[in-house]
Design a binder for this molecule. Structure first.
Ligand code: ADP
Ligand code: MG
Length: 261
């Protein structure tokens, strides 16, 4: 575990435990030789356990940069980030990796599955880095595929699956180490409308079961399946509001025509 100084421990203990994610005046600079990109310009956001948040905003507004910080893939240039009350701003690379593996599942726009590996093996992969036996890893992978409704596709390779099915495999992979937070960066960006709604239905069900979900989308319709939307603009929070008259994915799917091919 992290070696924390006395003052850091004090700060960590004083964070209320209901805020899973607490970003305080987070700035991020990218230094590119001569120039410096100021990608995040003072982001302060609390996200509590069990929330379902959609981050919106134009391309280049800092959404992915912020998600990378939330997911402990990167650190703020200044400001602080608390995850489950722990200040992760000052952790080493190894400490970040440990926190990430324990707490966070990632889903990406491009699925990022290994092509020569079955659905089950793809889902099993993250368990190889966790302290579980091969047997337990396979059990968990089957359970995770069950959760996304793909138990009957476990021996298929990614090329034998539709885009929506591949994204479900990726969601199962993100869940296999039982994270408390699921982060998804444009998870429906490569999918048609109906499949996108189905994926949002799965994220909604996981959220109903207690998982904290934060996703990025640039589509208004998709953001409305979340419970809260946060709009970024030029590296700042422009709007932060609750979704009213939230529709469920099931309701929307019933109203959409079924494609016949
Ligand atoms: N690795 C990087 N190196 C340099 N600049 C980057 C890097 N990643 C993002 N940026 C810049 O930071 C800003 C925010 O990018 P990003 O977070 O990817 O935005 P979004 O996901 O909202 O499209 C952009 O100006 C982008 O060009
Ligand atoms: Mg992005």
């Amino acid at each position: 575990m992290a070696t924390m100084s006395r003052s850091e421990i004090d700060v960590a203990i004083r964070q209320p435990m209901d805020a899973t994610i607490r970003a305080l005046d987070v700035h991020k600079y990218y230094d590119l030789g001569e120039t410096r990109v100021h990608a995040l310009r003072g982001i302060t956001i609390d996200i509590s356990s069990g929330e379902f948040v959609a981050i919106m905003g134009a391309s280049g507004s800092g959404k992915s940069t912020f998600m990378n910080i939330l997911g402990c893939l990167d650190k703020p240039s200044s400001g602080r980030y608390f995850l489950d009350g722990i200040d992760v701003s000052n952790l080493t690379k190894d400490e970040l990796a440990a926190i990430r593996n324990r707490n966070i599942g990632f889903v990406f726009q491009g699925f990022n599955l290994l092509s020569r590996t079955t659905a089950l093996e793809n889902v099993e992969l993250p368990t190889l880095y966790a302290q579980v036996s091969k047997e337990e890893g396979e059990d968990r992978a089957r359970e995770a595929l069950d959760l996304v409704g793909l138990q009957d596709r476990s021996t298929h390779f990614p090329s034998q699956l539709s885009g929506g099915q591949q994204q479900r495999v990726a969601i199962a992979r993100a869940l296999v180490n039982k994270p408390s937070i699921l982060l998804a960066d444009e998870p429906t960006g490569n999918l048609d409308s109906r499949t996108s709604v189905e994926i949002m239905g799965i994220l909604g069900r996981l959220n109903d079961a207690g998982l904290t979900v934060v996703l990025v989308t640039h589509e208004h319709d998709i953001s409305q399946f979340a419970k809260r939307t946060i709009q970024f603009r030029d590296g700042r929070v422009r709007r932060d509001e609750l979704v009213v008259n939230r529709q469920t994915a099931t309701e929307v799917l019933e109203s959409l025509p079924v494609e016949e091919d």
